[in-house]
Design a protein. Structure first.
Length: 223
């Protein structure tokens, strides 16, 4: 059977809407994941054994379970948690539960990236800052973290590319991202194979191009 891609052009508006959904999930997941991951990294580096062990347990737990399972859990669990907190039935859509799942899951990976970045900074800078009368929080915020984030930017971007690919797992909760939009459009006109090939090509081009740019950025930062 010959491949016919002529049906893709009329379906582009719907596919674009799916891509917008994919990008929204990725951006919000990355922002929330980095914010939570940074907090977890500082907890792991803390002199408090309790905080360090709690953060370590969080990281080990989320890195030991598949993302697909996390998405399903949060889709089912978030409404119950909100009901327990507010005492009322609060409707939570698939989008919100997926964003929360991505943030919580990616935070475990971003935590290790941030922790490695902070540890790569010379300890002498921390001692020098404290000698100048700066607090631990000021030293981290003004001196250590800015340098660490510059060094780990390529790794953060690489993890973001992985998340971009993983957003396709939201099909389990019925959310229409780019891949699901392509699959649905193909089913409507009976050209599923063509639309899936097209979707795969788009994911490849975006991911490959982004990875290439990350490698170039890494070389510039290294220099």
């Amino acid at each position: 059977m010959e491949m016919d891609f002529s049906g893709i052009v009329p379906a582009l508006p719907g596919l674009w809407n799916g891509m917008v959904m994919t990008l929204k999930l990725m951006v919000m997941g990355v922002i929330g994941g980095i914010a939570l991951g940074t907090i977890l990294a500082l907890m792991r580096l803390s002199s408090s054994k309790l905080l360090s062990r709690l953060a370590g347990a969080y990281v080990n737990y989320f890195r030991s379970i598949p993302l697909l399972l996390v998405i399903t859990w949060f889709y089912l669990a978030v409404p119950f948690v909100l009901r327990w907190i507010t005492g009322e039935d609060t409707p939570v859509g698939a989008f919100t539960s997926c964003v929360v799942a991505f943030m919580m899951f990616e935070a475990a990976y971003f935590c290790e990236i941030v922790r490695a970045g902070v540890q790569s900074i010379s300890k002498g800078q921390m001692g020098a800052a404290q000698a100048l009368g700066m607090t631990y929080g000021q030293t981290m915020r003004l001196i250590i973290l800015p340098q660490a984030f510059r060094k780990m930017t390529p790794l953060l971007l690489q993890q973001s590319i992985i998340l971009f690919q993983d957003t396709s797992l939201v099909y389990t909760v019925g959310l229409v991202d780019f891949l699901n939009s392509a699959r649905a459009s193909g089913d409507i006109i009976g050209r599923s194979n063509e639309f899936l090939v097209f979707a795969g090509a788009v994911y490849f081009v975006i991911s490959f191009s982004a990875s290439f740019l990350v490698k170039r950025l890494q070389k510039r930062i290294t220099v």
